[in-house]
Design a protein around this ligand. Sequence first.
Ligand code: URP
Ligand code: ZN
Ligand code: ZN
Length: 465
Amino acid sequence: MPLLIRNGRIITATDDYIADIYCEDQTITRIGKTVEAPPDADSRGMTTIDAAGKFVFPGFIDPHVHIHLPFMGTHAKDTYETASKAALIGGTTTLIEMICPARSDEPLAAFQLWKGKAEGKSACDFTFHMGVTRYDSAAESQLREIVKAGLSSFKIFLAYKGAFGVDDTELFHTLKLAKQLGVIVTAHCENAELVSELQKQLLSEGKTGPQWHESSRPESVEAEGVHHLMTFAEQFGTHIYIVHTSCKPAVQQALMARERGANVWIETLIQYLLLDKTDAERPDFEGSKFVMSPPLRDKRNQRYLWDGLNSGAISTIATDHAPFDFKGQKEMGRDDFTKIPNGIPSLEDRVNLFYTHGVKAGRINLHRFVYAASTQAAKLFGLFPRKGTIAVGSDADLVIYDPAYRGRISASSHHINIDYSAFEGWEIEGRPHAVTVRGQVQVKEGKFVGDATKGKFLTREPNHF
Ligand code: URP
Ligand code: ZN
Ligand code: ZN
């Protein structure tokens, strides 16, 4: 059905102007000062949205989420039914989920399993990074099939040995294959052996609470992981995307590799920009709500991360959404912080928090905001210009954003399926007024009003040769 958006202030990574946008057949077909809809548009059920006084952003992309996630003896709580609607309410129109098979799983079966969890159940568009958690000849030939089937990024873990983590021989072969196939490798960088030994040491000293999680995975452990990975990647020139970078030393290792000529991009998370390690020190085990890996850091890192986003040194802002309830799940680690399921959910709130504490607080401008939360992910992961911008021919994924809105985040009103919010009570200054996915209005005034099965699997071509 046709869609006409009147008088919005259109913001992309490069442009800022007031215009009308007309969409047909799921794409943007015209942009102009005053766009006249075709005479039969009304009889074909055209929707008109008055966007005067509002921003129109390209649909936001979250390039790092977990929805189906068997992890640390439990499962993440969201499904596509809950997560995709919550994402849309928060302005995110495309999800890139990590496929995280167990070492014993076959990659092709895992791809089918994860895809099956999303197909027909997602309200927003989605695709996947293929987790490489084992490398042998069978895995290699299946990975080649998966790339042909439309996934053009891998995910590797240097942490979580015995679960998702690969050893150095597997790392070597994965990076070599990725280069050959033109696939970018996304990577969780922490030295697994150091983490394991530090955990044992802390526990033996009786340090069992969530406040010790950060000490078990200090900044240097993350920086070493980045350095280790880049040393391997540079042997082949493999393109690398370092996920959830939390601190200055880790960013610096990636930037040093970039200076040496490596192709490396850096992701940070909204959690690292706004929360810090003192949150994991909250009493009565409340700190467990703030346990994720890499951990929340000393606050002094935040300025450096904001500056990195501003300068473009840091490319993207994601959520690493990994939702585990406080009751029954985080509580699994009451007597031992190493058993607290890792993850701090933020899928629904990323855009509003980034707008409030980035744009409104004067830390970043509107173009950087769009670039880091949408455009750059689209470019890196083979979705641009279909996604990540507002242009004739692009998918009509649009966020009509109301900067006058004021509200507060709360677990009592959020739409993700989890019993707490790490941002409980935080004020937001702006929210999506309406959100469209390929021309269909999915959200109005904070409510999901659309088609719960509209979302489709986005196939992507390798673009990192
Ligand atoms: O703590 C985290 N980050 N949980 C999700 C799994 C991962 O490492 O991305
Ligand atoms: Zn990770
Ligand atoms: Zn993750």
